[in-house]
Ligand binder design. Structure first.
Ligand code: FES
Length: 379
């Protein structure tokens, strides 16, 4: 049977080919350069050659996890790792704290951003570098710490600005916040954040991927009892200040699980599910991803076009919108079981209102679904 590839996986394979080609090209140019300039080729000439090669992708392997990613052009190693969904250890993203220090096992790096943090002579001798200030010159192997658990990420207080407030229908707003460039939010997909605007606060699930740690999204439902929601629907506008505190919660991906995944969202439970989905897509570790989105409220499938565009672009993703009148939680679980006879091989993530989560998790448990593969969050 013909093996189908996801677009991103295909892009990675192209990247591997480009990276191998870059190395061959590099070796050829080095030989040609040496024959012209002699054995004592000027370092500056070789540096020019390195610059040429850096327009290609560099392949990076992380030890001990063996995670892999690509660095394009002059991207920093940290930015490239985050975009690939990896939760590498870091702090300020700005060359000040030293928390993004990693040891280069093989390969070369080049400084692309200023950093105030000073590595000791011993650290430099051992090959340590700062990921937020350096890019990869050719393929690289690094030793780096990764966050696997919510407890690995400290609570942070960050002053953010409103980038945009956009309606997603009459009853829902998309709130987009941006952190300062030098003070981004470290979080895991699926976590919550406390937002404060003026006197009003709310704890909301982050609806975007940690692969972009500066631009954060939230889905805010109209609620007359909620002062923060009233501000979002009333007065909050681009440029206003919103204080961030967090992240909180353990509704996060089992990042190293190789199992296929079923995501089940009910209404605005789609917000944390979207974050998990985007993270899973960036990681490319799951062989198949399925989204079932039950819309029981008037907000409906408010980002259906986004879900359809994922389904069109990715061979390993399916999207099943379910209207409330067609299905309740029990029937939805039966339907998923009918769609996937091998359901016990999957990890399942559910998010939505309490009654829905209770009914769906009870139904899954009664049909013998493994507890360790089930994660649920009430919103
Ligand atoms: S993240 Fe702070 S120095 Fe790199």
């Amino acid at each position: 049977m013909r093996q189908r590839l996801s677009l991103s996986r295909a892009a990675r394979l192209v990247g591997v080919a480009r990276s191998a080609a870059a190395q061959e090209l590099g070796a050829f140019l080095a030989r040609a350069l040496q024959s012209v300039l002699g054995e004592t080729a000027a370092p500056t000439a070789l540096a020019v050659m390195d610059d040429m090669l850096r327009v290609m992708s560099a392949h990076v392997v992380v030890h001990p996890s063996r995670h892999e990613f690509f660095v394009d052009g002059a991207d920093t190693i940290l930015d490239a790792a985050l975009r690939s969904g990896l939760a590498l250890n870091y702090g300020c993203s700005n060359g000040n704290c030293g928390l993004c220090k990693v040891r280069v096992v093989s390969g070369q790096v080049q400084k692309v951003r200023h950093h105030d943090y000073v590595l000791s002579e011993a650290e430099r001798q051992q090959g340590y570098t700062l990921m937020c200030s350096h890019t990869a010159v050719g393929d690289l192997v690094i030793e780096a710490l990764e966050s696997a658990e919510p407890g690995d990420i400290p609570a942070q207080q960050i002053p953010a600005r409103v980038k945009a407030v956009q309606p997603l229908g009459d009853e829902l707003m998309l709130l987009q916040l941006q952190t300062p460039r030098a003070n981004r939010l470290r979080f895991l997909a699926g976590q919550n954040l406390t937002l404060t605007a003026g006197e009003a606060s709310a704890q909301l699930p982050i609806a975007s991927c940690p692969c972009d740690d500066r631009n954060l999204q939230f889905h805010v439902a109209r609620n007359a009892q909620d002062g923060f929601a009233q501000q979002v629907f009333g007065s909050l506008k681009a440029g206003d200040s919103v204080a961030l505190f967090g992240p909180w919660g353990d509704f996060v991906l089992r990042a190293d699980s190789p199992r296929p995944i079923v995501f089940i969202a009910c209404d605005t439970g789609f917000a944390p599910i979207k974050s998990l989905l985007e993270h899973a897509m960036a990681l490319e570790s799951a062989e198949r991803l399925h989204l079932y989105w039950l819309a029981a409220q008037s907000t409906g499938h408010y980002l259906a076009n986004l879900c359809r565009s994922w389904a069109e672009a990715l061979d390993n993703f399916t999207y099943v919108p379910v209207a409330a009148e067609q299905c309740d939680a029990l029937e939805l679980v039966r339907r998923i079981g009918a769609d996937h006879a091998d359901l016990n091989r999957f990890d399942i993530y559910l998010a939505g209102p309490e009654a829905f989560i209770h009914a769906a998790t009870t139904a899954l448990r009664e049909q013998g679904f493994p507890e360790t593969q089930l994660s649920a969050a009430i919103f």
